[in-house]
Design a protein around this ligand. Structure first.
Ligand code: 9MR
Length: 923
């Protein structure tokens, strides 16, 4: 396997492990309750787990506390399957005393091992063998274990054992507290079958334990089986393994493929500093193109020394191309016109899969992914049709059934639901060709005369509406921030098996404005299909907006993160902007326009479109993008100003992509890759794609495509972050049902789910333990418990769907249709002023009447007089409108006008908009 040039220090595990403290998540219990042991007769029937027991019995879930230090998993088959490895073949023998008693069962007795009553164990041929009953549900329903293990904080331990199972199973191997909160020091899903392969884990204890326990949890099988255990050893003094990701070939490409007429770029990781020859080979090995790499030096995002290569001009469609440099060959990829149609629908299927309140039918998702309805009140579920508030928050209940589960957890959040629904609605709004129309998706509403993407978005919109505080209540019109479980649940857990009470959390201004914005957008889009629903949406939106104005600073508690994510946000300038923009586009009412214009964010491209990109917490971009692209009544100058914000941001993101050796349009502040960084990349791509459609400038389109390359394999880890796409796709995302890594009977995520991606804040125990010191773009691990790098969620798949739709629409990806107008702009400048003559030519096939041409001055120029047209100026934006006699520019015709200006001026503008069309600048 190829080794990359990486500074070795990057992967050295740091022993002094401070990281996050457990305080914020101290509710989260990671452990295993034991209700009965086979050697403890007389304790009666194994009690069913109470909701609290559930919380304590499962593997740590979304956001567990610190308090354990797990390092080992890298040696397990689970991570091997995930393409991970640790440096070195086998761990050095640990030196400390043996902590396990009777680990080889040589004496013929079981003691001090124990097992649950449903797994009576005896010693058979020098091994412990347990006859495990079938029909259990949860991993912790069946256990073999040993207590009384003293562990010292900071010490590293090596656990080894061999195990067999007569049916292949995944055993949970935990070293943990033997009482609440059952904190785990080691928690590993270990595949076990009929072969007695030694399994080794190394972990570092995070706390002192007088008597920890080793437990093998193996419940959840419908059928009985025999589990045997031998040669168990636990000793201190182990060397922690140094984690090193398996990055495969150093030749990095988009593992799905390149559009025939699009850019085709790759990255090579090498110590070489001089250009190297590359060869593009067809599937049969025939050389198809050759070239030379460009050395690019050390990439700050990965620490890798890199070269880039490009074969943009090679345009022969085909499958199975590879690029070879020296001895190294890339993953295969395609070149073609229609590579992303499946991604468009798969990315949207994510939402049906995660619907709450309805069975997910095999007819639409296949047997593997079918499941009963979640949270409809069938035991042990609590239904979402009558959800009370947290104690003291309100005294009513809401019927908030339906909606989408947010992510790996079963929470439903208005903040986050809003942006997700908005981006689906926007995908529909730009889908002029109707590719997401009725029958385009595999959903129950596939034949109802409504575009399927609108059906899917409605599932969530109805939930958002349901979260509005009813009339007559104190905060009527506001929206509750969120609804979720009272306590965190563990993994795996199918939604219908979640026993936790569900609770409404307090209303917030941010949630209220999410509702206002998404409902306002929905109102204009459902109007042709269901006018009553559209009216209901608009009513809810205007009520919510008014309620937000009346309560402009009600913020969600950042510490309200028990049982669900906090999604707190105490800056709602952006939500106000977004909601006002959507309400204005939909209604044309001047109050909303004024709110847009009065916003401190309006016109401030750097603030609206930050380098980090927009997100659930920073939503002003959604408003700006709608204003810039959806037909509305903004005067031309104001429209031009909004569009200038979009192109300004796109210019920055395109420059970032050009600069990045991996081509991604994401250069976050201080180089920090945040939680969900892949969605930040995608949202920047949405801005770029919008600018591409506004201007037809191919630079923007190319940056979208190189961003897609990054997500699909051209990246420092050589991973495709989208499940089911590419040779080295990630597949163990943090999800309670798609939890194959924990239970072989459960599926991996379906194709088309994007992982959160690198996050250098290391905000979960797995990331903390494995990724210390990682360079930002390397801070990712495809492990189900690494929720801060590897979760899936609605607000990340929504821009994936948007982008997949845009890219699929590009077809071959060739140059966009030429602009239908051209502007010749000739200035005669002198100190303090200029005279300018403008000729606008209509090169389209129909007349433009009346016409309006707008542009922005680069400097402090002010129009002082004009002729043959009327010019008005607002800030730096100028709008020219016709005189009486030149209202119409016929097809193929042109109009000329002129003006004088004062000021130092500067460079002449090159971006012009004729009515809604972007024009070429003629020389
Ligand atoms: O996407 C959210 C990210 O921006 C935050 O930094 C993080 C921590 O608060 O939470 C993320 O959202 C999670 C939410 O809180 C609970 N459901 C899963 C979400 C994705 O990880």
């Amino acid at each position: 396997m190829a080794r990359e040039f990486i500074d070795a220090r990057i992967w050295t595990f740091s022993g002094g492990h401070q990281g996050l403290t457990g305080s914020r998540h101290a509710h989260r219990l990671n452990g295993k309750q034991i209700w009965e042991r086979s050697h403890a007769p007389g304790r009666g029937r194994t009690p069913p787990p109470t909701p609290k027991d559930r919380a304590v019995t499962l593997l740590p879930s979304s956001h567990p506390p610190r308090g354990r230090r797990l390092l080992s998993l890298a040696l397990t088959a689970g991570l091997a399957a995930a393409g991970l490895a640790t440096a070195g073949a086998a761990p050095a023998a640990a030196e400390g005393p043996e902590l396990i008693e009777n680990g080889d069962f040589a004496s013929g007795v079981i003691t001090p091992w124990w097992s649950t009553a449903n797994a009576p164990a005896t010693v058979v041929d020098g091994r412990l063998c347990a006859e495990v009953a079938g029909g259990t549900v949860n991993p912790w329903d069946v256990i073999v274990g040993q207590d009384g293990l003293p562990l010292t904080a900071g010490e590293s331990y090596q656990l080894t054992f061999t195990a067999t199972a007569s049916t292949p199973i995944t055993v949970r191997t935990n070293v943990q507290m033997n009482t609440e909160p059952w904190t785990t020091e080691l928690a590993s899903p270990d595949p076990v079958d009929g072969t007695a392969e030694p399994i080794t884990h190394v972990f570092t204890a995070g706390a002192d334990h007088a008597a920890a326990q080793l437990v093998f949890q193996m419940g959840g099988s419908a059928e009985p089986f025999t589990f045997c255990l031998d040669d168990v050893s636990l000793t201190g003094g182990a060397e922690p393994p140094v984690y090193e990701p398996d990055t495969g070939s150093p030749v990095r490409v988009n593992q799905v493929g390149y559009l025939t007429e699009g850019p085709k770029r790759g990255t090579f990781v090498t110590e070489a500093t001089v250009p190297l020859p590359w060869t593009l080979d067809a599937a049969d090995g025939t050389p198809a193109a050759t070239g030379t790499t460009t050395p690019r030096g050390v990439d700050p995002t990965s620490g890798q020394n890199t070269h880039t290569f490009a074969f943009d001009d090679f345009a022969t469609p085909g499958e199975g191309y590879t690029v070879t440099i020296g001895e190294e060959t890339s993953e295969p990829f395609a070149i073609g016109d229609d590579l992303y149609g499946d991604l468009r629908t798969d990315a949207l299927a994510y939402f049906y899969h995660n619907r709450s309140g309805t069975p997910i039918e095999a007819e639409y998702v296949g047997e593997e992914y079918a499941r009963p309805a979640g949270h409809v009140g069938v035991a042990p579920n609590q239904g979402d049709d009558g959800v009370p508030c947290q104690p003291g928050v309100c005294d009513y209940t809401l019927d908030a059934a339906g909606g989408w589960y947010d992510a790996g957890d079963h929470g439903k959040y208005v903040v986050n639901g809003g942006i997700s629904v908005a981006q689906l609605l926007s995908a529909h709004e730009r889908d002029a060709a109707g590719a997401l129309g009725d029958g385009s998706l595999a959903i129950p509403e596939g034949d109802n005369g409504v575009p399927d993407i609108l059906d899917e978005a409605r599932w969530e919109l109805e939930f958002l509406l349901a979260m509005q505080v009813p009339a007559g209540e104190e905060l009527a019109g506001m929206a509750h921030h969120k609804l979720h479980d009272r306590e965190w649940t563990g993994l795996p857990l199918r939604p219908d098996q979640d026993p936790q009470p569900r609770e409404l959390h307090p209303p917030s201004t941010a949630a209220t404005l999410n509702l206002a914005a998404a409902a306002a957008q929905g109102a204009r889009l459902y109007e042709p299909y269901d006018a009553a629903f559209a009216a209901e949406l608009l009513d809810a939106a205007t009520t919510a907006y008014a309620a937000a104005l009346a309560h402009p600073d009600v913020y969600a508690d950042p510490n309200d993160g028990v049982g669900g994510g906090a999604y707190s946000d105490n800056d709602v300038r952006d939500e106000f902007y977004w909601a006002a923009a959507e309400l204005y586009v939909t209604t044309g009412e001047n109050t909303y326009r004024q709110a847009v214009l009065d916003s401190p964010l309006h016109g401030d491209a750097a603030a609206v479109f930050t380098d980090d990109g927009f997100s659930w917490a920073w939503t002003a971009a959604l408003g700006a993008l709608s204003l810039a692209t959806v037909d509305n009544d903004l005067p031309a100058g104001e429209l031009a100003a909004v569009r200038a914000m979009v192109t300004d941001a796109a210019d920055r993101y395109a420059a970032d992509a050009a600069e990045a050796v991996y081509g991604l349009p994401y250069a976050p502040s201080q180089g920090n890759y945040v939680w969900g960084s892949n969605s930040q990349v995608l949202n920047n791509m949405v801005v770029l794609a919008t600018a591409a459609e506004l201007t037809d400038d191919p630079t923007y389109r190319d940056a979208v495509l190189t961003g897609l390359d990054y997500l699909l394999g051209r990246n420092p880890l050589n991973l495709s972050y989208v499940t089911g796409y590419g040779e080295r796709d990630v597949r163990n995302q943090h999800h309670r049902f798609w939890a194959n890594q924990l239970n072989a009977n459960l599926p991996n995520p379906p194709a088309g789910s994007v992982a959160g991606g690198p996050n250098n804040a290391l905000q979960d125990p797995i990331a903390e333990d494995l990724l210390q010191g990682c360079a930002p773009a390397m801070c990712y691990v495809d492990h189900i418990e690494s929720y801060s790098t590897n979760e899936v969620t609605v607000n990340w798949n929504a821009p994936l769907a948007w982008i997949a739709s845009y890219v699929d629409d590009l077809g071959a990806g060739g140059a966009p249709a030429p602009a239908t107008c051209a502007v010749r702009y000739e200035s005669h400048r002198w100190t303090g002023g200029a005279t300018t003559q403008v000729t606008v030519r209509n090169s389209g096939t129909s007349a433009v009447s009346p016409w309006e041409l707008s542009w922005s001055f680069a400097g402090d120029e002010r129009v002082t007089s004009h002729w043959n047209a009327t010019l008005t100026q607002s800030g730096s934006t100028v709008v020219a409108r016709p005189a009486n006699w030149n209202q119409t520019i016929p097809a193929g015709g042109s109009v000329s006008f002129g003006f004088n200006s004062s000021g130092t001026g500067g460079t002449s503008p090159t971006a012009f908009t004729l009515n809604t069309q972007r024009c070429d600048a003629a020389g």
